[in-house]
Design a protein around this ligand. Structure first.
Ligand code: C2E
Ligand code: SIN
Ligand code: SIN
Ligand code: FE
Length: 291
């Protein structure tokens, strides 16, 4: 995505959150809706216009702007997954809106909880757990938005095994939009540096999501999602099972763990490119530098 477009989108998202903090007026809510609907459409256009869209998460993000950029990325990642499973453009627009607005209820949570530079106490987490319902209520009252979007927003912290909140819904009782949002949400949260921890590497996130499939996520949707993101973004330094090291040059969709690499050591291999997605190669990545 071009930096100018992204900056514009982030400004619009910031506007919505600002209006939300200032308790929307009739005028402002209408204007804000039009603005955010435009952002949602351009998120969808951006994803649809790429025939080979494999997400390369390389942004370094500070936590001050976390909620805004998180909202944008959850929108992008949700649309990416929605496109992969063949949803219609109108569903994709809904999904983008869900992503952009899912955490807007955090503006009603005391700032010392949302910005706390450490783990939350259980009382604080109980308050934090109100944010999906606060998002639902706020959007339902102030912005003309479809019921499907409202429900997706309200249930984005439900878990597939029924252990989520606010309702403890289980399996396919969780609305599709929310099952998609849940994956995008956790992926992007872990990819971000927060006041209480550093960002995880893409490979570590990949392993984590896989390990909580069934428990947290819809396993079919998670499998689909893992086809859309790369575990080793271009430029990652990796170490291989034969003791050599390499830099990732490109990714093959569907082969998240087997990118195209260029050897950097040992010396006699340096500069040679190998496509690890060719099954004939008995060579695997054992770790990357910032796992
Ligand atoms: P968020 O930071 O946007 O995180 C969204 C979800 O991503 C979390 O939902 C959780 O499922 C996953 N996630 C985020 N960070 C981590 C992590 O370090 N480890 C693991 N295993 N999963 C993670 P959850 O837990 O329901 O949290 C909802 C919101 O509550 C978070 O949204 C964040 O704003 C806040 N929160 C959660 N834990 C903490 C914490 O320890 N400290 C602070 N200050 N806020 C927290
Ligand atoms: C994209 O690849 O176009 C979206 C991710 C980014 O803005 O870095
Ligand atoms: C999918 O298309 O994989 C999800 C559809 C659904 O479970 O509602
Ligand atoms: Fe949330």
């Amino acid at each position: 995505m071009e930096p100018e477009l992204k900056a514009k989108m982030l400004t619009s998202i910031r506007d919505v959150f600002d209006q939300s903090l200032k308790k929307f007026t009739f005028q402002s809510s209408r204007q804000v809706y039009e603005e955010i609907a435009k952002v949602a459409e351009s998120v969808v256009m951006n994803v649809l216009n790429k025939d080979r869209y494999l997400f390369q998460m390389i942004d370094i993000r500070d936590y001050d702007g976390y909620t805004y950029s998180h909202s944008l990325y959850v929108g992008i990642l949700s649309v990416l997954l929605g496109k992969y499973i063949g949803l219609s453009i109108s569903n994709l627009n809904d999904l983008a809106l869900c992503g952009l607005l899912h955490d807007i209820g955090k503006t009603d949570i005391p700032i010392d909880i949302t910005n706390k530079p450490g783990p939350l106490t259980s009382d604080e987490f109980e308050i934090m757990k109100q944010h999906p319902s606060l998002s639902y209520k706020k959007l339902g009252e102030h912005i003309i938005i479809s019921q499907a979007v409202l429900q997706g927003v309200q249930t984005h912290h439900e878990k597939y095994d029924g252990s989520g909140y606010p309702f403890g819904l289980m399996g396919k009782d969780i609305p599709l939009y929310a099952r998609i949002l849940a994956i995008a949400d956790v992926y992007d949260a872990l990819n971000s540096t927060r006041p209480y921890r550093k960002a995880w590497s893409p490979r570590r996130i990949f392993d984590y999501l896989t390990s909580c499939s069934n428990a947290h996520f819809d396993p079919e949707l998670l499998t689909a999602f893992l086809h859309c993101v790369s575990a080793y973004p271009i430029g990652t330094i990796v170490h291989l099972s034969d003791g050599s090291s390499a830099v990732v040059k490109d990714n093959t969709p569907g082969f998240a763990l087997r990118p195209i690499i260029r050897f950097i050591s040992p010396a006699f291999k340096a500069g040679r490119d190998v496509d690890l997605s060719c099954e004939c190669l008995n060579l695997t990545i054992v770790d990357d530098d910032d796992y």
